[in-house]
Design a protein around this ligand. Structure first.
Ligand code: SF4
Length: 430
């Protein structure tokens, strides 16, 4: 916290926001857990990750440095290899959005306001107190928060991301950026990046990703888990201990296999199966999932930077030498990445169409946060391509304020009814 600001006021805002945050978290958790009676035992671990923890406790060991990231573009393999804890701090809380609105323009994206509010008030996941925040130059709004160091009271490091990803020049530029970041992290952690440590951390993440791929394969086979639970699993990856997360997911996957064998499905065959994409849902902003699934639908795939996009692409190493591993790690975050900050970004359309087929989705819901120009701009092109391919598309705009949930419910209900009609007609024809 900046020592120039009024301490009394800061403490008052923090106290009120903490109360609101706890209420918000408890309410969303209770909706996720109690409003859906068919619970998976393996989800208890993930639900517990999101319960507010005591003020003076932290998930991160004091003896290690904590490095925070503002976005999916940060190569976390390097953070782990340097012996630091890693936490992604993008926030979905309405309570901290309100706090961020105190010092940021009202019309910017709620994710940015909420994240800035959480950093400013020291209300980060797992009570993290980052030694450095890595801020990639992806979205313009997020990028500018890094210039508010004095106001927010934390050190930011700007990780330069090229605006396109297809040229060799872009690749070289990105490799240089990542190497520069390694130097910065070495100086913050006081550790040197070694071949052995980087290999170990790459393998740790590959193991987590393999378990996630198994999870998605099971999800594809049968509707044995709701999307709201799937979204929580990937959100927990933001801040959890990676080995514990992987172990918990393996246990859950075993349970899902049993459910598949017993044909224990969470929805019937007529339920609309939806793909959700656009501005990323991050706990406790689980509104779209919850509305869809309370209305009898199921989200079968999330094309978000807070879910599938974060865990699908893997590092491909030819030689396990440092000079080969660092570029290989960097490449995983560039070429396969379909963030809308890249132009052109046709890969995203291709990947969405593929997921629609693979997950047998009936339609797509495209959510845009008010103020998020990047996702808004891409929504038109993607909508057109999907409609061309015969898929119904619903575009919704929302922020973190739950006041418009009634209107959203009506639109989602009508969309899902039309999908059900289409399914009925198709069945009759067969
Ligand atoms: S949702 Fe959009 S505006 Fe908000 S941080 Fe992400 S890309 Fe930026």
């Amino acid at each position: 916290m900046n020592n120039k600001i009024d301490i009394d006021r800061y403490n008052r805002v923090k106290k009120t926001t903490t109360i609101h945050y706890n209420m918000e978290v408890n309410q969303v958790l209770s909706e996720i857990i109690d409003d859906f009676p068919d619970k998976l035992n393996g989800m208890t671990y993930f639900y517990d990750r999101f319960r507010p923890i005591e003020k003076n406790k932290s998930l991160y060991p004091k003896e290690k440095k904590t490095i925070a990231s503002m976005c999916i573009h940060v190569p976390v393999e390097i953070i782990y290899a340097l012996g630091a804890s890693s936490v992604r701090i993008c926030s979905g809380a309405y309570s901290t959005d309100t706090a961020g609105a105190d010092f940021l323009p009202a019309k910017i994206c709620p994710l940015v306001k909420s994240t800035a509010g959480a950093i400013y008030l020291d209300m980060l996941p797992g009570n993290a107190n980052p030694d450095l925040i890595i801020n990639p130059t992806t979205c313009d709004q997020k990028k500018k928060i890094g210039e508010m160091e004095d106001e927010i009271g934390k050190e930011f490091y700007v990780l330069e991301v090229p605006p396109s990803k297809d040229s060799e020049e872009a690749r070289q530029y990105w490799h240089r950026s990542v190497k520069k970041m390694v130097k910065k992290l070495e100086s913050v952690t006081g550790n040197r990046l070694t071949r052995r440590k980087l290999k170990k951390s790459i393998k740790m993440i590959l193991t987590a990703q393999a378990e996630y791929r198994r999870f998605m394969k099971l999800r594809r086979k049968a509707p044995v888990i709701f999307g709201k639970d799937a979204q929580l699993i990937t959100n927990a990856y933001f801040f959890d201990n990676l080995n514990s997360w992987t172990e918990a997911l393996a246990t859950l996957n075993d349970e899902l296999e049993e459910r598949i064998a017993q044909k224990h499905h969470v929805v019937g065959p007529r339920a609309p199966r939806l793909l959700l994409t656009g501005s990323p849902s991050i706990f406790p902003n689980m509104r779209t999932h919850l509305l869809i699934e309370k209305l009898g639908g199921i989200v079968v795939y999330e094309e978000f930077c807070s879910s599938s996009r974060m865990l699908s692409d893997t590092v491909a190493v030819d030689e396990w030498f440092l000079y080969d591993m660092v570029p290989a790690v960097a490449d995983r975050y560039l070429k396969p990445n379909t963030c809308p900050n890249f132009t052109p970004n046709d890969d995203r359309i291709r990947k969405i169409l593929l997921a629609m087929k693979e997950y047998d989705a009936d339609g797509i819901v495209y959510q845009t946060f008010t103020g998020c120009q990047l996702y808004d701009l891409e929504s038109r092109k993607i909508g057109k391509e999907l409609e061309k391919a015969g898929y119904p598309v619903l575009n919704i705009e929302l922020d973190y304020n739950p006041k418009d949930s009634g209107q959203l419910t009506t639109r989602l209900e009508a969309f899902m009814e039309s999908i059900k009609d289409q399914k009925r007609t198709k069945r009759k024809k067969i």
